[in-house]
Design a protein around this ligand. Structure first.
Ligand SMILES: [Zn+2]
Length: 116
């Protein structure tokens, strides 16, 4: 597999557990309050971490999509990201990935990928 693809799959594998453990911060809750008070209509974000939904906002436009659903661009097949994670891990039982940093927009710094 080409190095770019290896890193892309590796990023995807580590994104899921990382993002699932993230919690909204005060900024997310402030935007939730602003929506409740009808001071704003929408939150538009480039982040893919789903934290605006976790904070309770209902009207969120995710410009770069979300890390919580995977959709095939060929046939529109859709799968829950957690379910997809299980498949990735099943198909790559000997792969370990170490990350340094996961940013809210989904970019990941990968220090090492073994056995993709
Ligand atoms: Zn497909």
């Amino acid at each position: 597999m080409a190095m770019g693809s290896r890193r892309s799959f590796a990023s995807s594998m580590i994104l899921n557990p990382e993002f699932s453990s993230f919690l909204p911060n005060q900024n997310h809750y402030t935007l939730k309050q602003l929506e409740d008070d009808q001071k704003i209509l929408y939150v538009i974000t480039q982040n893919v971490d789903g934290l605006h939904y976790k904070a309770g906002n209902k009207k969120v436009v995710e410009m770069h999509g979300t890390a919580f659903r995977v959709i095939c661009l060929g046939c529109d097949y859709e799968i829950d990201r957690h379910e997809f994670q299980n498949i990735l891990e099943e198909m790559n039982p000997n792969t370990t990935v170490e990350s340094q940093d996961v940013r809210p927009d989904g970019d990941v710094e990968i220090s090492e990928v073994r056995s993709f």
